[in-house]
Ligand binder design. Structure first.
Ligand code: ADP
Ligand code: ZN
Ligand code: ZN
Length: 745
């Protein structure tokens, strides 16, 4: 008997092992086994197939041992893995690696997962009660403790007690207990306890829905009758989360599980608090900052007879062994953090969620105040249903958005600090009234972008409509889509001043300046640097919720779906830098970010205020923002996407080449491009040198494919794989790193 297994290594192939006779009736598809690999190593592999066909041209090794007595990967999971591996062109071993908590696939022979145990005590029932009295003899304290325990057990109708509860009894001391244990009157034993599964009872029923919410709810249920995916386009604070809760209820009544996906770990804790009130410990929270043993435990519980009914998590929770999934909620579906960029598999969790739902015959709800153009387009063409919620819950007003023209202000010498006078005054007023302030600044400085300090002009590629990046060494501006390079102009082509500069200032500097301007208020900062630690993100958010921070300065991290109730003012500093990213999605991102950021203001009774500082407010995007006009924005953007052949009209696949030897990576990528161009023609761009063209001694080149959306994924995949194999036949390129990123973000 043989077993084909998946190894936790970046291989596309299954590996075949001999199943020793004594294991033959203990092994099946979906079990973990320990197998030898290479000269000395052992790995935890997953059995994909058991069969009797001896491999012809090589001698198989034996399976070392079996880990499980039940399957840990079910058929639907295998199908999902295979789809990811196929669509995202990633080795199946990488999918396995991404899917499972590391303690479940450790390469040690013994499983690393150690269940947590606690010590319990029981009365030795083999000794007669009369005899016990005799054995205890004159040890008074022992007698007293025993009697108390005996009565306690009788009264509660129980037969064991947690050792730590003993301290509540009079006369208890470790030596008294030891006496009773030595006389074998009491017996100690260890019991496995859940690390996470402390029973929590629900506190309340879901809130009743408002009329508008209820109508949306019913429309969604209606859409689900003939479509499997529905987009819920609801403005910030329209009460989407409450609608999700009612959808969860709906599916729970049919005994179906729900997966509730969020784009960021940071958002899980606020949502968890909200859901626990309604569902108690029926929900499991799953993400990478939960320790690995806990994740393994959630996995086990999902396999048990009492699986979680609701899982809240980030993209990795797609891989849990659901048994009866009915609904997938993808909240903030437009967020780009749903896409995994590194390492493989480079999958998009939203799109994978729709596939997962499909495999279960389940439904998907995509929710957002600012849907991605892709999803909105799918709704427009009728692939998805769509429900619109235009008003905030409780008749709350949308924040009032104002734009400050910093170009004019600088000219009139009114910009003494990073804050415009209007923003400064509004902040002061709001803080005086006890409200809080959020200030956004684009990521951190991007020093490879050029901008005119006077008029905010920035250079764009004529062919790709994308901001050019500045290469200092070559003193050229380069399009990283098509590789065209341009001369750096000495004066600004738009306003003719000599003020072209690279962008820079980040959040840290903003924090510093704001602290100086508002010395009586506490300023906090949230960006990549301040949120590295396990709980740091949560801590900052909690501090802000508890009003221990008055002004929170942060990057886009802060705009995402958080529900604060005391924010009077949201300020967006140098909004243009959001729009000038060298990416065809920069306007979409900028629009989403500004709308979402605005949504953090005024979630209480009072109308909130948003001030956007821009040096080029004539751009049409600001009109759409001021008027909360998503449809207008969509119509404009989708036309551009069509014109410049971007998604959703094309599928972008990036082919990445890496090698320590620059000559080799250059030659290899060029050869690859030359081989595919006859078939794919102008759908092939590059090879290019990416903005960051060398990482940890590896030189990088990139070919971008802009494929017609109707082209068959499997044909393209086969073609590319074949070209790759052909290239590798040349010894020079045998070990050249080549990988694919499908649907790049
Ligand atoms: P969204 O997810 O659309 O941003 P939320 O669901 O977070 O909106 O709702 C905004 C606020 O309104 C939250 O504080 C929420 O508790 C409250 N809310 C929404 N719907 C209801 C309802 N039906 N009953 C009571 N409170 C609600
Ligand atoms: Zn270009
Ligand atoms: Zn200029």
């Amino acid at each position: 008997m043989y077993a084909d297994v998946i190894l936790p290594l970046p291989f596309s192939d299954l590996y075949t092992y001999t199943v020793p006779v004594e294991m033959q009736n203990k092994i099946a598809k979906g079990f973990r086994v320990i197998v030898p690999f290479g000269t000395r190593k052992h790995y935890t592999a997953i059995v994909k197939r058991v069969h009797n066909n001896a491999p012809k041209n090589f001698k198989t090794k034996e399976i070392h041992s079996i880990v499980d007595s039940q399957l840990v990967i079910n058929d639907i999971q295998f199908k999902l893995w295979e789809w990811i591996s196929f669509y995202y062109m990633s080795p199946i071993g990488d999918v396995y690696n991404a899917a499972m908590p590391s303690s479940m696939k450790s390469d040690n022979i013994k499983s690393k997962f150690k269940p947590k145990t606690e010590t319990y005590l029981k009365i030795n029932t083999n000794i007669d009660t009369d005899l016990i009295v005799e054995i205890i003899g004159r040890a008074k304290k022992q007698k007293s403790l025993f009697k108390q325990l005996y009565n306690y057990f009788e009264e509660k109708e129980i037969n064991k007690i947690n050792k730590s509860d003993l301290s509540n009894f009079t006369n208890y001391s470790p030596s008294v207990l030891n006496g009773l244990l030595q006389k074998e009157i009491l017996q100690a034993f260890d019991l496995e306890v859940g690390r996470i599964n402390n029973e929590v009872k629900p506190l309340r029923e879901p809130y009743p829905l408002s009329e508008a919410q209820n109508k949306s709810f019913e429309n969604i249920i209606n859409v689900f009758k003939d479509k499997s995916t529905c987009l819920l386009h609801g403005v910030t604070s329209s009460g989407k989360t409450e609608i999700y809760i009612h959808l969860i209820e709906h599916f729970k009544k049919q005994n179906k599980q729900t997966l509730y996906l969020l784009p960021e770990i940071a958002l899980t804790s606020q949502l968890k608090q909200r859901l626990i009130a309604v569902y108690g410990s029926k929900i499991g929270v799953y993400h990478s900052k939960i320790n690995d043993n806990e994740r393994a435990e959630i996995w086990r519980k999902m396999l048990s007879n009492e699986p979680y009914e609701i899982i809240v998590g980030v993209r990795s929770s797609l891989f849990l062994p659901f048994q009866n999934l009915g609904l997938v909620i993808v909240d903030e579906e437009h967020e780009t953090s749903y896409k995994q960029n590194e390492p493989a598999p480079r999958y998009h969790a939203r799109d994978t969620a729709i596939m997962l739902a499909h495999l279960f015959n389940a439904k998907t709800i995509l929710g957002s105040a600012t849907p991605s153009l892709e999803s909105y387009n799918n709704a427009v063409i009728g692939k998805y249903g769509i429900i619109n919620l235009k008003d905030r819950y409780n008749n709350l007003l949308m924040p009032d958005i104002k734009i400050e023209n910093t170009y004019e202000l600088i000219k009139r010498k009114k910009m003494k600090t990073v804050l415009s006078p209007a923003l400064n005054t509004a902040m002061q007023k709001s803080l005086d009234e006890g409200e809080q302030v959020i200030l956004f600044r684009n990521r951190r400085g991007f020093s490879s972008l050029l901008e005119c300090k006077q008029c905010a002009w920035n250079p764009k590629c004529a062919k790709c409509d994308v901001t050019l990046t500045y290469h200092k060494m070559r003193n050229r501006m380069v399009c990283h889509y098509c590789n065209t390079s341009y001369k750096v102009p000495s004066i600004c082509p738009s306003c003719h001043s000599e003020t072209l500069e690279t962008l820079g200032k980040g959040t840290e500097q903003l924090e510093e300046e704001v602290s100086k301007l508002f010395p009586n208020y506490t300023v906090g900062r949230m960006d990549m640097d301040t949120t590295r630690g396990r709980d740091s993100y949560d801590k900052i958010i909690k501090k802000f919720q508890k009003k221990q921070i008055d002004i929170l300065v942060g990057t886009q991290m802060l705009s995402k779906g958080l529900d604060f109730d005391n924010v009077g003012i949201v300020g967006i500093i140098s909004a243009d830098s959001l729009l000038n990213y060298p990416d065809f999605r920069s306007h979409e991102r900028g629009f989403q970010l500004m709308m979402q950021a605005a949504g953090r203001a005024g979630r209480n009774k009072k109308q909130g205020k948003v001030i956007i500082q821009s040096s080029d407010p004539t751009q049409p995007i600001y009109d759409y923002i001021l008027n909360y006009n998503y449809e207008g924005f969509y119509t404009e953007q989708i036309a551009e996407r069509k014109l410049f052949r971007y998604p959703p009209f094309t599928r972008l696949i990036s082919i990445i080449f890496k090698d320590k030897n620059e000559y080799k990576v250059e030659k290899g990528s060029n050869l690859f491009a030359r081989t595919i161009k006859p078939s794919l023609g102008n759908m092939v761009l590059g090879p290019n040198k990416p903005v960051i063209s060398r990482i940890q001694q590896y030189n990088i080149r990139e070919i971008l494919l802009k494929l017609d959306i109707n082209m068959s994924v499997s044909k393209i995949r086969d073609f590319l794989k074949q070209v790759e194999l052909q290239l590798r036949e040349d010894n020079e390129f045998k070990y050249l790193h080549i990988y694919y990123d499908v649907d790049i973000i």
